[in-house]
Design a protein around this ligand. Structure first.
Ligand code: 0O2
Length: 221
C-alpha cells in the first residue's frame, strides 16, 4: 500500500513537471515563429539569443520553504511563477520593448505582470524587463494553465547580471561594499553603452532609409 502511494506521488510529480516542459515548448515555438517571420519580412532579427531552464524540484522546494509556504502541488502551481524561466537577449533596448509587445499581443497569453527594471533599475543597478505570463497547455484529457517568467534584456545587461549573480552567490548573498559600488558603477557604464549603441543603430537605420528613398527616386527617373 505504501509502495502504491509512493508510485502515485511520483506519477503526480512527473505529470506536474511535464506540464511545465510543454509550456516551455509552446513558448519556444512562439519565439521561433516571431524570429523567423521578423527575419523574413524585415531582414532583421531583434533577438540575439534565448536561454531557458525548468526549475529543478529541489529549487522549487527551497523557494517554497524560503517563502514559508505550505508544500502542495496546488500551492506550488499558484505561488512559484518562475518554474519555466526564459531569458531573451536582444541587441538594443528598442528591441526589448518590440519583443515584449509581440509576446503580450498573443491572444492565448495572459499577462500576469510586467516589471520594467529598465525604466526603474533596481538599487543594485540591475536592468531587465520581466514578464510573468500564464499560458494554456492542452493535454490529452485536460487544459492546464502554467506560469512562465520571461526576462528580456540587452547583451550588456545580461553580461552585468551574470557577473553580479556569480558574485552574489560567491559571497553568500552579502556583497562587500567596495564590490557593490564597483557593480553599481559598471551598471551605469553598461546602461550608457546601451544608449550609445541605440543612437548609432538609429543613425544607421536613418541612412539606410534615405538610401532606399534615393534608389526609388532613381528608378522613377
Ligand atoms: P535566480 O537564482 O536567478 O532564480 P520572486 O523572488 O521571483 O518570487 P521577485 O524577487 O519580486 O519575486 O522577482 P523579480 O524581482 O522579478 O526577480 C526575479 C529574478 O530576476 C531573479 O530570480 C533573478 O533571476 C533576476 N534578478 C532580480 N534582481 C536581480 C539582481 O539584482 N541581480 C541579478 N543578477 N538578477 C536579478 P531569483 O529567483 O531571485 O534568482
Amino acid at each position: 500500500n505504501q509502495i502504491q502511494q509512493l508510485k502515485q506521488i511520483r506519477d503526480q510529480m512527473t505529470r506536474f513537471m511535464m506540464t511545465y516542459k510543454f509550456g516551455l515548448d509552446e513558448i519556444n515555438t512562439k519565439l521561433q515563429i516571431l524570429q523567423e517571420e521578423f527575419q523574413h519580412f524585415h531582414d532583421y532579427n531583434p533577438i540575439e539569443h534565448i536561454k531557458s531552464r525548468i526549475k529543478s524540484p529541489e529549487s522549487i522546494l527551497k523557494k517554497m520553504y524560503r517563502k514559508n509556504l505550505d508544500i502542495s502541488l496546488e500551492s506550488i502551481r499558484e505561488n512559484i511563477h518562475d518554474i519555466v524561466g526564459i531569458r531573451i537577449v536582444c541587441s538594443f533596448i528598442s528591441d526589448i520593448y518590440r519583443v515584449s509587445e509581440m509576446i503580450q499581443q498573443q491572444k492565448d497569453i495572459t499577462v500576469i505582470s510586467c516589471k520594467d527594471y529598465i525604466k526603474h533599475p533596481k538599487s543594485t543597478g540591475y536592468q531587465s524587463l520581466h514578464l510573468i505570463l500564464s499560458i494554456p497547455v492542452f493535454m490529452s484529457d485536460r487544459e492546464e494553465h502554467v506560469y512562465v517568467e520571461i526576462q528580456i534584456r540587452t547583451v550588456a545587461m545580461d553580461f552585468w547580471a551574470s557577473l553580479e549573480h556569480k558574485i552574489y552567490y560567491k559571497y553568500n548573498k552579502v556583497i562587500p561594499d567596495h564590490l557593490s559600488k564597483e557593480l553599481t558603477d559598471a551598471a551605469k557604464v553598461a546602461s550608457d553603452l546601451d544608449l550609445r549603441m541605440e543612437q548609432l543603430h538609429n543613425e544607421v537605420n536613418h541612412i539606410k532609409a534615405q538610401e532606399g528613398e534615393d534608389n526609388d527616386l532613381q528608378l522613377l527617373k
